[in-house]
Design a protein around this ligand. Structure first.
Ligand SMILES: *Cc1c(COP(=O)(O)O)cnc(C)c1O
Length: 365
C-alpha cells in the first residue's frame, strides 16, 4: 500500500475501519437505527455550528450537489452559478439537467470571488431563485469566503447552495452565521471516512422552497423531500448503508474529540506553502489558499506524471495531479483530515525534494 496524501479520498483511521466491520442490523426494521442516524446527523450539525437539520445520503459527494439542485430547481428557474473553479462551473450542469437556467458568474480562477464585485453585480441583477458556490474548489485549492459571500446573496433574497465537500472540518464552516441554505459535504475528504456518503444541511428556507414547488422533483434518489418526517415514521426512502454510517459516525466522533483540528490544518498548510516557495516552486494560486490542499505548478523540465510516479514507486506516497484545464500542469498535496499530521507531511516534503532532484529540477534549498 502507499501513503495517501491526496485531496480526497484521504487516509482512514483504524477506528473508522473497525467501526465499518461491526455486525450489521437491519436498518429498515430495527427502529433504533433511526436514532443512531439522527444522532449522527445532529453531531454533524453541531460541528457546523447550526440548528439546521443534516441528512446523510447513501451516495458519494456528487449526490449531495445533485440532490440540492434537483430538489430546488423547477423548470425555468434562474440560478446564479458562481464559478472560479471546476466544481464551481460544474453546478451549471446540474441546474440545466433539472430544467433550470444557470447563469455563470465567472471570475479569475487564481483568486477568491471578490465580495465587493459580487455585490456590484447583484445590485444590477438579482432575480435568481438560488446561487451555487464552492468553498474550496479542490482542483485548484481556491478558498472562497462563504462567510462573507452568502450573506450578500441572502441580502438580495437569493438562496445559497454551498459545496464544502473538501473544506469542512479543515476550514471553519459556520452555517447559521453565514446563512447557508444547503450545505453539501462528503465522507472522503477532511472527514476521513471512505468514499460513499454525502450529507446535506438544510435551512428552514430551503425546506420551504422545496415545499412550495409547483412541479414534482424530477428524481427519486436525489429528492431531499422524501426524508421529511423520516424520524417520526422510522422510515427511509431506501435502505441506508448501515456500515458506511457506522464508519462515518466514528470519523465524526474523531473530529469532535480533536480540538486541534482547525489550528493543525492551518499550521500544516502554512508550512507546506512556505517550504514549496522557499524551494523555488510556484504555487498555482495568487491568493485564497485553502488549508486542506496545496497546489503547485509542475516545474520546467519534468512532467506531472513523472513526479507522481516517482513519488509513488520510490517513496510510497500518493499525490494527485488535477482535472480539466489544470490536468498535467499542477500537482496537489492533500493535507486534509487524517492526512494533516506533521509526520506524514515531513515525510512527503522530504520525498518530494528527492523526487524533484532526481528528475533534474533545481531547488533553492
Ligand atoms: C471531492 C469533491 C466532490 C465530490 O466529487 P468526487 O470528484 O466524486 O469526489 C465535490 N465537490 C468538491 C469541491 C470536491 O472536492
Amino acid at each position: 500500500m502507499y501513503k495517501m496524501m491526496t485531496p480526497g479520498p484521504t487516509q482512514v483511521k483504524e477506528n473508522v475501519r473497525l467501526a465499518r466491520a461491526k455486525e450489521c442490523g437491519n436498518p429498515d426494521i430495527d427502529e433504533s437505527f433511526a436514532d443512531f442516524y439522527k444522532e449522527t446527523c445532529e453531531k454533524i450539525s453541531r460541528l457546523l455550528h447550526t440548528e439546521n437539520e443534516t441528512l446523510i445520503l447513501g451516495g458519494e459527494g456528487i449526490l449531495g450537489l445533485e440532490a440540492a439542485c434537483a430538489s430546488l430547481t423547477e423548470p425555468g428557474d434562474k440560478v446564479l452559478v458562481l464559478d472560479n473553479g471546476i466544481f464551481g462551473e460544474g453546478f451549471a450542469d446540474f441546474v440545466s439537467l433539472y430544467g433550470g437556467e444557470p447563469e455563470l458568474y465567472t471570475v479569475d480562477g487564481r483568486n477568491p470571488i471578490c465580495p465587493q464585485e459580487l455585490e456590484a453585480f447583484l445590485k444590477e441583477s438579482h432575480d435568481y431563485k438560488y446561487a451555487t458556490l464552492v468553498h474550496c474548489d479542490t482542483p485548484s485549492g481556491i478558498l472562497n469566503d462563504i462567510g462573507v459571500l452568502c450573506p450578500i446573496l441572502k441580502k438580495y433574497g437569493i438562496l445559497t447552495v454551498v459545496d464544502a465537500v473538501s473544506s469542512m472540518f479543515g476550514e471553519e464552516v459556520r452555517v447559521d452565521d453565514s446563512g447557508i441554505d444547503i450545505l453539501c459535504g462528503g465522507s472522503q475528504k477532511a472527514v476521513s471516512a471512505p468514499p460513499g456518503l454525502t450529507f446535506v444541511t438544510l435551512s428552514a428556507e430551503a425546506k420551504d422552497a422545496m415545499a412550495r414547488r409547483k412541479t414534482p422533483v424530477a428524481s427519486f434518489y436525489a429528492n431531499l423531500r422524501l426524508f421529511e418526517g423520516y424520524y417520526e415514521a422510522k422510515w427511509f426512502p431506501y435502505t441506508m448503508p448501515i456500515s458506511d454510517i457506522y464508519g462515518l459516525r466514528a470519523a465524526i466522533d474523531n473530529i469532535a474529540a480533536d480540538p486541534d483540528m482547525l489550528p493543525r490544518h492551518a499550521r500544516i498548510a502554512g508550512e507546506c506553502r512556505k517550504s514549496l516557495t522557499e524551494a523555488g516552486l510556484k504555487l498555482y494560486l495568487e491568493s485564497g489558499f485553502s488549508n486542506t490542499v496545496t497546489v503547485f505548478d509542475v516545474p520546467e523540465g519534468t512532467t506531472a506524471q513523472e513526479i507522481l510516479e516517482t513519488m509513488r514507486s520510490e517513496h510510497g506516497i500518493l499525490l494527485a495531479g488535477s482535472l480539466g484545464s489544470l490536468a498535467g500542469k499542477v500537482i496537489r498535496i492533500g493535507h486534509m483530515g487524517s492526512n494533516a499530521n506533521e509526520e506524514d507531511m515531513a515525510e512527503t516534503m522530504e520525498a518530494l525534494w528527492k523526487t524533484l532532484q532526481k528528475l533534474g529540477v533545481e531547488l533553492k534549498r
